[in-house]
Design a binder for this molecule. Structure first.
Ligand SMILES: [Zn+2]
Length: 392
Protein backbone atom coordinates (compact mmCIF):
# COMPACT_ATOMS: atom_id res chain seq x y z
CA UNK A 1 0.00 0.00 0.00
CA UNK A 2 1.13 3.50 -0.84
CA UNK A 3 -0.15 7.04 -0.57
CA UNK A 4 -1.28 8.44 -3.93
CA UNK A 5 -0.56 12.16 -3.88
CA UNK A 6 -3.09 13.82 -6.20
CA UNK A 7 -2.23 17.51 -6.53
CA UNK A 8 -5.21 19.42 -7.94
CA UNK A 9 -5.80 23.07 -8.75
CA UNK A 10 -8.97 25.00 -9.59
CA UNK A 11 -7.92 27.15 -12.53
CA UNK A 12 -10.02 30.22 -13.04
CA UNK A 13 -10.36 33.97 -12.59
CA UNK A 14 -12.13 35.43 -9.57
CA UNK A 15 -15.68 34.34 -8.68
CA UNK A 16 -17.26 37.58 -9.94
CA UNK A 17 -15.54 37.27 -13.32
CA UNK A 18 -12.88 39.88 -12.51
CA UNK A 19 -9.11 39.45 -12.79
CA UNK A 20 -6.54 39.44 -15.56
CA UNK A 21 -6.01 36.12 -17.34
CA UNK A 22 -2.23 36.50 -17.73
CA UNK A 23 -1.54 37.99 -14.29
CA UNK A 24 -3.97 36.03 -12.13
CA UNK A 25 -4.35 32.74 -13.97
CA UNK A 26 -1.63 31.89 -16.49
CA UNK A 27 1.54 33.21 -14.78
CA UNK A 28 0.85 31.72 -11.32
CA UNK A 29 0.08 28.34 -12.93
CA UNK A 30 3.37 28.35 -14.83
CA UNK A 31 5.18 29.34 -11.61
CA UNK A 32 3.44 26.58 -9.66
CA UNK A 33 4.47 24.00 -12.26
CA UNK A 34 8.16 24.69 -11.61
CA UNK A 35 8.44 22.90 -8.22
CA UNK A 36 5.87 20.27 -9.32
CA UNK A 37 7.90 19.33 -12.41
CA UNK A 38 11.19 19.71 -10.52
CA UNK A 39 10.14 17.17 -7.89
CA UNK A 40 8.66 14.87 -10.56
CA UNK A 41 5.02 15.18 -9.43
CA UNK A 42 1.86 14.98 -11.54
CA UNK A 43 -0.67 17.76 -11.53
CA UNK A 44 -4.43 17.81 -12.17
CA UNK A 45 -5.97 21.10 -13.25
CA UNK A 46 -9.72 21.60 -12.89
CA UNK A 47 -10.17 24.17 -15.64
CA UNK A 48 -13.18 26.50 -15.40
CA UNK A 49 -14.69 26.30 -18.88
CA UNK A 50 -17.57 28.85 -18.83
CA UNK A 51 -15.18 31.82 -18.73
CA UNK A 52 -13.45 30.34 -21.77
CA UNK A 53 -16.70 29.80 -23.70
CA UNK A 54 -17.67 33.41 -22.87
CA UNK A 55 -14.55 34.64 -24.67
CA UNK A 56 -15.81 33.12 -27.93
CA UNK A 57 -19.20 34.77 -27.47
CA UNK A 58 -17.89 38.24 -26.70
CA UNK A 59 -14.95 38.14 -29.10
CA UNK A 60 -13.39 41.60 -28.91
CA UNK A 61 -10.10 42.85 -30.30
CA UNK A 62 -9.79 45.47 -27.57
CA UNK A 63 -10.00 42.84 -24.85
CA UNK A 64 -7.74 40.42 -26.75
CA UNK A 65 -10.43 37.74 -26.31
CA UNK A 66 -9.09 35.58 -29.14
CA UNK A 67 -5.51 35.82 -27.86
CA UNK A 68 -6.55 34.82 -24.35
CA UNK A 69 -8.74 31.97 -25.59
CA UNK A 70 -5.87 30.64 -27.73
CA UNK A 71 -3.36 30.93 -24.87
CA UNK A 72 -5.77 29.09 -22.53
CA UNK A 73 -6.05 26.23 -25.03
CA UNK A 74 -2.27 26.10 -25.62
CA UNK A 75 -1.64 26.06 -21.86
CA UNK A 76 -3.86 23.06 -21.16
CA UNK A 77 -2.54 21.23 -24.23
CA UNK A 78 1.00 21.73 -22.95
CA UNK A 79 0.00 20.43 -19.53
CA UNK A 80 -1.39 17.28 -21.10
CA UNK A 81 1.74 16.91 -23.22
CA UNK A 82 3.86 17.06 -20.03
CA UNK A 83 1.88 14.17 -18.52
CA UNK A 84 -0.47 16.21 -16.33
CA UNK A 85 -4.27 15.95 -16.25
CA UNK A 86 -7.02 18.46 -17.05
CA UNK A 87 -10.57 17.96 -15.86
CA UNK A 88 -13.82 19.91 -15.62
CA UNK A 89 -14.69 22.80 -13.30
CA UNK A 90 -17.84 24.90 -13.73
CA UNK A 91 -18.89 28.18 -12.09
CA UNK A 92 -22.51 28.69 -13.18
CA UNK A 93 -22.53 32.33 -12.00
CA UNK A 94 -20.43 33.10 -15.10
CA UNK A 95 -23.12 31.87 -17.52
CA UNK A 96 -24.13 34.79 -19.75
CA UNK A 97 -27.80 35.70 -19.87
CA UNK A 98 -29.27 38.57 -21.89
CA UNK A 99 -29.31 40.56 -18.62
CA UNK A 100 -25.64 39.79 -17.76
CA UNK A 101 -24.10 37.07 -15.58
CA UNK A 102 -26.59 34.46 -14.34
CA UNK A 103 -25.58 35.04 -10.67
CA UNK A 104 -26.59 31.44 -9.89
CA UNK A 105 -23.73 30.18 -7.75
CA UNK A 106 -24.75 26.54 -7.48
CA UNK A 107 -24.95 24.20 -10.44
CA UNK A 108 -27.53 22.26 -8.41
CA UNK A 109 -29.97 25.19 -8.75
CA UNK A 110 -30.01 25.18 -12.56
CA UNK A 111 -33.03 23.66 -14.31
CA UNK A 112 -32.22 20.06 -15.11
CA UNK A 113 -32.14 20.55 -18.91
CA UNK A 114 -29.92 23.61 -18.67
CA UNK A 115 -27.62 21.80 -16.20
CA UNK A 116 -27.20 18.88 -18.60
CA UNK A 117 -26.56 21.22 -21.57
CA UNK A 118 -23.97 23.23 -19.64
CA UNK A 119 -22.10 20.10 -18.47
CA UNK A 120 -22.15 18.59 -21.99
CA UNK A 121 -21.00 21.74 -23.78
CA UNK A 122 -18.15 22.31 -21.31
CA UNK A 123 -17.05 18.66 -21.42
CA UNK A 124 -17.29 18.52 -25.22
CA UNK A 125 -15.28 21.71 -25.61
CA UNK A 126 -12.53 20.48 -23.26
CA UNK A 127 -12.36 17.17 -25.13
CA UNK A 128 -12.33 18.85 -28.56
CA UNK A 129 -9.30 20.93 -27.52
CA UNK A 130 -7.38 18.18 -25.74
CA UNK A 131 -8.01 15.38 -28.23
CA UNK A 132 -5.96 17.48 -30.66
CA UNK A 133 -3.06 16.88 -28.29
CA UNK A 134 -3.87 13.31 -27.33
CA UNK A 135 -6.60 11.35 -29.11
CA UNK A 136 -7.12 9.19 -25.98
CA UNK A 137 -7.93 12.13 -23.71
CA UNK A 138 -11.25 11.89 -21.85
CA UNK A 139 -12.97 14.35 -19.56
CA UNK A 140 -14.44 12.12 -16.83
CA UNK A 141 -14.01 14.12 -13.62
CA UNK A 142 -15.92 17.11 -12.26
CA UNK A 143 -15.46 19.62 -9.45
CA UNK A 144 -18.32 22.03 -8.73
CA UNK A 145 -17.53 25.75 -8.58
CA UNK A 146 -17.45 26.80 -4.92
CA UNK A 147 -18.03 23.07 -4.14
CA UNK A 148 -21.75 23.90 -4.54
CA UNK A 149 -23.12 20.51 -5.63
CA UNK A 150 -26.12 20.07 -3.29
CA UNK A 151 -28.88 18.98 -3.47
CA UNK A 152 -26.83 16.48 -5.39
CA UNK A 153 -29.18 13.85 -6.83
CA UNK A 154 -29.98 15.76 -10.01
CA UNK A 155 -26.37 16.85 -10.47
CA UNK A 156 -25.06 13.28 -10.13
CA UNK A 157 -27.66 12.03 -12.64
CA UNK A 158 -26.76 14.72 -15.17
CA UNK A 159 -23.03 14.23 -14.67
CA UNK A 160 -23.42 10.49 -15.24
CA UNK A 161 -25.61 10.98 -18.33
CA UNK A 162 -23.00 13.37 -19.73
CA UNK A 163 -20.28 10.72 -19.32
CA UNK A 164 -18.63 12.07 -16.16
CA UNK A 165 -17.56 9.18 -13.92
CA UNK A 166 -16.05 10.86 -10.86
CA UNK A 167 -16.37 13.98 -8.71
CA UNK A 168 -14.07 15.74 -6.27
CA UNK A 169 -16.19 18.50 -4.70
CA UNK A 170 -16.59 17.10 -1.18
CA UNK A 171 -14.45 17.92 1.85
CA UNK A 172 -15.74 15.99 4.87
CA UNK A 173 -17.05 18.36 7.54
CA UNK A 174 -16.83 21.54 5.48
CA UNK A 175 -19.98 23.71 5.49
CA UNK A 176 -21.14 26.99 3.97
CA UNK A 177 -24.51 28.40 2.98
CA UNK A 178 -24.10 26.54 -0.35
CA UNK A 179 -23.12 23.08 0.91
CA UNK A 180 -23.00 20.89 3.94
CA UNK A 181 -20.44 18.08 3.85
CA UNK A 182 -20.85 17.05 7.48
CA UNK A 183 -20.96 13.29 8.00
CA UNK A 184 -19.58 12.46 4.57
CA UNK A 185 -18.66 8.81 4.10
CA UNK A 186 -14.93 9.39 4.47
CA UNK A 187 -12.40 12.19 4.72
CA UNK A 188 -10.07 10.53 2.19
CA UNK A 189 -11.27 7.15 0.87
CA UNK A 190 -13.45 7.21 -2.30
CA UNK A 191 -17.06 6.03 -2.39
CA UNK A 192 -19.65 5.48 -5.10
CA UNK A 193 -22.69 7.74 -4.75
CA UNK A 194 -25.90 8.15 -6.71
CA UNK A 195 -28.28 10.39 -4.73
CA UNK A 196 -26.60 12.10 -1.78
CA UNK A 197 -23.03 13.01 -2.74
CA UNK A 198 -21.95 12.42 0.90
CA UNK A 199 -23.29 8.87 1.16
CA UNK A 200 -22.04 5.58 -0.21
CA UNK A 201 -24.65 4.18 -2.56
CA UNK A 202 -23.77 1.77 -5.33
CA UNK A 203 -26.20 1.95 -8.25
CA UNK A 204 -25.95 1.68 -12.00
CA UNK A 205 -25.55 5.43 -12.39
CA UNK A 206 -23.18 5.96 -9.43
CA UNK A 207 -20.15 8.18 -9.79
CA UNK A 208 -17.00 7.85 -7.71
CA UNK A 209 -16.52 10.63 -5.17
CA UNK A 210 -12.84 11.12 -4.30
CA UNK A 211 -12.94 13.74 -1.54
CA UNK A 212 -10.41 16.47 -0.93
CA UNK A 213 -8.28 15.16 1.96
CA UNK A 214 -9.10 16.72 5.33
CA UNK A 215 -8.71 16.26 9.07
CA UNK A 216 -11.15 17.38 11.78
CA UNK A 217 -9.79 19.95 14.21
CA UNK A 218 -10.98 22.66 16.60
CA UNK A 219 -10.39 26.16 15.37
CA UNK A 220 -10.46 29.84 16.37
CA UNK A 221 -10.65 31.57 12.98
CA UNK A 222 -9.76 35.01 14.30
CA UNK A 223 -6.61 33.60 15.92
CA UNK A 224 -5.70 31.72 12.75
CA UNK A 225 -6.01 34.84 10.63
CA UNK A 226 -4.58 37.45 13.01
CA UNK A 227 -1.99 35.48 14.99
CA UNK A 228 -0.99 32.45 12.88
CA UNK A 229 2.18 31.84 14.88
CA UNK A 230 0.23 31.39 18.11
CA UNK A 231 -2.57 29.51 16.36
CA UNK A 232 -0.33 26.85 14.79
CA UNK A 233 1.57 26.44 18.04
CA UNK A 234 -1.55 26.06 20.22
CA UNK A 235 -3.75 24.08 17.85
CA UNK A 236 -1.30 22.06 15.81
CA UNK A 237 1.85 22.04 18.00
CA UNK A 238 3.86 23.39 15.08
CA UNK A 239 6.23 26.28 15.70
CA UNK A 240 6.32 28.33 12.48
CA UNK A 241 9.68 29.42 11.12
CA UNK A 242 10.42 32.94 9.84
CA UNK A 243 10.05 31.73 6.26
CA UNK A 244 6.69 30.15 7.00
CA UNK A 245 5.38 33.36 8.59
CA UNK A 246 6.60 35.28 5.56
CA UNK A 247 4.76 32.85 3.28
CA UNK A 248 1.54 33.22 5.30
CA UNK A 249 1.78 36.99 4.95
CA UNK A 250 2.14 36.56 1.19
CA UNK A 251 -1.01 34.40 1.06
CA UNK A 252 -2.96 37.24 2.69
CA UNK A 253 -2.61 39.14 -0.60
CA UNK A 254 -5.18 36.77 -2.04
CA UNK A 255 -7.84 38.04 0.33
CA UNK A 256 -7.54 41.59 -0.98
CA UNK A 257 -9.01 40.56 -4.32
CA UNK A 258 -12.72 40.48 -4.95
CA UNK A 259 -13.13 36.76 -4.71
CA UNK A 260 -15.47 34.47 -2.90
CA UNK A 261 -19.05 35.55 -2.85
CA UNK A 262 -19.73 32.33 -1.00
CA UNK A 263 -17.70 33.39 2.03
CA UNK A 264 -19.22 36.86 1.92
CA UNK A 265 -22.67 35.34 1.97
CA UNK A 266 -21.73 33.08 4.85
CA UNK A 267 -20.42 36.03 6.82
CA UNK A 268 -23.51 38.10 6.04
CA UNK A 269 -25.70 35.30 7.33
CA UNK A 270 -23.56 34.78 10.40
CA UNK A 271 -23.70 38.43 11.35
CA UNK A 272 -27.50 38.32 11.56
CA UNK A 273 -27.30 37.01 15.08
CA UNK A 274 -24.74 37.76 17.78
CA UNK A 275 -24.65 34.10 18.71
CA UNK A 276 -23.87 33.00 15.19
CA UNK A 277 -21.28 35.73 14.89
CA UNK A 278 -19.59 34.58 18.09
CA UNK A 279 -19.70 31.01 16.86
CA UNK A 280 -18.14 32.04 13.58
CA UNK A 281 -15.46 34.21 15.18
CA UNK A 282 -14.67 32.07 18.19
CA UNK A 283 -14.02 28.42 18.77
CA UNK A 284 -15.63 25.99 16.34
CA UNK A 285 -15.13 22.56 14.83
CA UNK A 286 -13.02 22.91 11.75
CA UNK A 287 -12.25 20.82 8.76
CA UNK A 288 -8.62 21.32 7.84
CA UNK A 289 -8.79 20.99 4.07
CA UNK A 290 -5.53 19.99 2.36
CA UNK A 291 -4.91 23.29 0.57
CA UNK A 292 -1.23 23.88 -0.25
CA UNK A 293 -1.98 27.57 -0.85
CA UNK A 294 -3.29 28.02 2.71
CA UNK A 295 -1.94 25.43 5.17
CA UNK A 296 1.77 25.30 6.08
CA UNK A 297 3.56 22.28 4.61
CA UNK A 298 4.71 20.92 7.98
CA UNK A 299 1.12 20.91 9.26
CA UNK A 300 -0.02 18.98 6.16
CA UNK A 301 2.82 16.48 6.60
CA UNK A 302 2.17 16.05 10.31
CA UNK A 303 -1.44 14.87 9.92
CA UNK A 304 -0.59 12.80 6.88
CA UNK A 305 2.02 10.92 8.90
CA UNK A 306 -0.53 10.33 11.68
CA UNK A 307 -3.08 8.94 9.22
CA UNK A 308 -0.48 6.76 7.51
CA UNK A 309 0.64 5.34 10.85
CA UNK A 310 -2.90 4.47 11.93
CA UNK A 311 -3.71 2.79 8.61
CA UNK A 312 -0.49 0.81 8.77
CA UNK A 313 -1.41 -0.42 12.21
CA UNK A 314 -3.89 -2.81 10.63
CA UNK A 315 -2.66 -6.35 11.12
CA UNK A 316 -0.11 -7.66 8.64
CA UNK A 317 -2.36 -10.29 7.07
CA UNK A 318 -4.88 -7.69 5.92
CA UNK A 319 -2.21 -5.25 4.75
CA UNK A 320 -0.93 -7.96 2.45
CA UNK A 321 -4.34 -8.18 0.72
CA UNK A 322 -4.28 -4.47 -0.11
CA UNK A 323 -0.67 -4.20 -1.13
CA UNK A 324 -1.69 -3.04 -4.61
CA UNK A 325 -4.03 -0.28 -3.30
CA UNK A 326 -3.37 3.42 -2.96
CA UNK A 327 -4.64 5.63 -0.16
CA UNK A 328 -5.58 8.76 -2.13
CA UNK A 329 -4.58 12.19 -0.83
CA UNK A 330 -6.34 14.82 -2.95
CA UNK A 331 -4.87 18.28 -2.34
CA UNK A 332 -6.29 21.54 -3.60
CA UNK A 333 -4.95 24.98 -4.50
CA UNK A 334 -5.97 27.94 -6.65
CA UNK A 335 -3.58 29.50 -9.16
CA UNK A 336 -5.27 32.88 -8.56
CA UNK A 337 -4.34 32.62 -4.82
CA UNK A 338 -0.79 31.45 -5.49
CA UNK A 339 1.86 34.06 -4.71
CA UNK A 340 4.88 32.00 -3.73
CA UNK A 341 6.28 28.52 -4.37
CA UNK A 342 7.78 28.34 -0.87
CA UNK A 343 5.09 26.14 0.69
CA UNK A 344 4.44 23.72 -2.17
CA UNK A 345 8.17 23.26 -2.68
CA UNK A 346 8.66 22.47 1.01
CA UNK A 347 5.64 20.14 1.01
CA UNK A 348 6.90 18.11 -1.97
CA UNK A 349 10.44 17.92 -0.52
CA UNK A 350 9.08 16.72 2.83
CA UNK A 351 6.83 14.14 1.16
CA UNK A 352 9.85 12.64 -0.55
CA UNK A 353 12.06 12.65 2.55
CA UNK A 354 9.43 11.53 5.11
CA UNK A 355 7.51 8.97 3.05
CA UNK A 356 10.23 7.86 0.63
CA UNK A 357 8.97 4.73 -1.15
CA UNK A 358 5.56 4.92 0.54
CA UNK A 359 4.14 7.65 -1.65
CA UNK A 360 3.65 8.12 -5.34
CA UNK A 361 2.36 11.01 -7.40
CA UNK A 362 -0.68 10.26 -9.58
CA UNK A 363 -2.97 12.31 -11.76
CA UNK A 364 -6.64 12.18 -10.79
CA UNK A 365 -7.46 10.10 -13.90
CA UNK A 366 -4.51 7.83 -13.15
CA UNK A 367 -5.89 7.12 -9.69
CA UNK A 368 -9.45 6.70 -10.98
CA UNK A 369 -8.35 4.14 -13.58
CA UNK A 370 -6.34 2.23 -10.96
CA UNK A 371 -9.34 2.19 -8.62
CA UNK A 372 -11.72 0.90 -11.30
CA UNK A 373 -9.23 -1.74 -12.47
CA UNK A 374 -8.74 -3.02 -8.91
CA UNK A 375 -12.26 -2.61 -7.60
CA UNK A 376 -12.32 -5.85 -5.58
CA UNK A 377 -9.18 -4.98 -3.60
CA UNK A 378 -10.41 -1.46 -2.97
CA UNK A 379 -13.76 -2.77 -1.75
CA UNK A 380 -11.99 -5.08 0.70
CA UNK A 381 -9.81 -2.21 1.88
CA UNK A 382 -12.92 -0.05 2.33
CA UNK A 383 -14.62 -2.79 4.38
CA UNK A 384 -11.56 -3.21 6.56
CA UNK A 385 -11.10 0.52 7.22
CA UNK A 386 -14.84 0.91 7.86
CA UNK A 387 -14.79 -2.00 10.31
CA UNK A 388 -11.82 -0.44 12.10
CA UNK A 389 -13.52 2.99 12.16
CA UNK A 390 -10.70 4.54 10.16
CA UNK A 391 -12.64 6.27 7.38
CA UNK A 392 -12.72 9.73 8.95
ZN1 LIG B 1 -13.61 27.50 -8.78
Amino acid sequence: MKLAIILTNDWELFGNGSGDYFENQKTPLIELLKPINYHGFKFTVFAEVIQQLNLFQQSSENLNSDGIAKDWEDTIKNLLFEGHDIQLHIHPQLIQKSSGYSKEFSIANLESDEMFDVICSCKNYLESVLKEQNANYECIVFRAGGYAIQPSENVINNLFSAGIRSDSSVTNGLISSFFNFKHSYSSYLPWFCSTDIRKKNIAESSILEVPIFSVSRIDIPILRVKFPELYYLLFHSVRLTKEEIQWINQTKKAKKHATYSIKEKYRAQASRSILKLLFYKLIQPYSLQYDYDKIPARVLIKYLEKKWKVINNLDDASLEKFSNCYIPVVLIGHAKDHYSNYNIDLFLSLLKSEFQGNCESLTYSGFYNHYISNLKEYELLDENLYFNKLLK
